[in-house]
Write a protein that binds this ligand. Structure first.
Ligand code: SF4
Length: 165
C-alpha cells in the first residue's frame, strides 16, 4: 500500500489484461503510474453515505484520477467540516458543507516548507464541483513551467482570475 492509498500488484506483463479484469471484478480500478492525479483520498463517511456524499465522492474519484499532470497531485474529500481525512493537507480538496461544497487548493505537508490548503471557493453546487476541478487541473497541465509542483504554480498565478467557477 502506497502513501496515496494505492495497492501495487506485480504481475507478468503477459497477464496484465487478465489481472486488470480480475481486479475490476473485485471493484478495484487500475490507474496509470507516474505523474498523474492520484485516486481520491476520502474520509470514512461516518455520517452515512447520503449525508457525507459517498456517491458524489465516487463520481469525483472516477472523474479526476489518473490524469497526466507535470507532478503528481493529491485530491482529498471530506464529508463534513470536521475534515478527519485532513483535506487541507492535499493539493486540491473538497469539503461537503451540508448541501454545497467548499473547495481548497494548495496544501502540501511534505518537507520543511509544509503549508495548508486555502479556501478557494465556497458554497459550490454539486454539479459544478467536478467541472471546476477539471478546469483547475487542465489549466495546471497547460501552464505549469516544466515539472513545477502544483503548490508552487498556485503561488505564481492568480487562480481566481483564470477559473470561472
Ligand atoms: S469528515 Fe466528517 S463525515 Fe467524513 S469521516 Fe470525518 S467526521 Fe465523518
Amino acid at each position: 500500500m502506497t502513501p496515496f492509498k494505492q495497492l501495487y500488484v506485480f504481475v507478468d506483463e503477459s497477464k496484465f489484461s487478465e489481472a486488470e479484469e480480475e481486479l475490476a471484478k473485485a471493484g478495484l480500478r487500475v490507474l496509470p503510474t507516474g505523474s498523474t492525479t492520484k485516486n481520491l483520498q476520502a474520509c470514512n463517511f461516518c455520517k452515512g453515505h447520503e449525508e457525507a456524499g459517498l456517491s458524489f465522492a465516487l463520481r469525483l474519484d472516477e472523474a479526476i484520477s489518473g490524469m497526466e499532470v507535470p507532478v503528481p497531485i493529491k485530491i482529498g474529500y471530506a464529508g463534513c467540516a470536521l475534515g478527519t481525512s485532513e483535506p487541507l493537507t492535499k493539493d486540491i480538496s473538497v469539503v461537503k458543507m451540508r448541501d454545497v461544497y467548499d473547495l481548497y487548493v494548495g496544501g502540501d505537508v511534505k518537507g520543511i516548507k509544509a503549508k495548508l490548503a486555502k479556501l478557494f471557493m465556497s458554497g459550490i453546487r454539486e454539479e459544478r464541483v467536478i467541472p471546476i476541478i477539471l478546469e483547475i487541473i487542465d489549466y495546471y497541465r497547460t501552464h505549469a513551467k516544466g515539472k513545477e509542483k502544483f503548490t508552487k504554480y498556485i503561488d505564481r498565478i492568480n487562480l481566481k482570475e483564470v477559473i470561472n467557477g
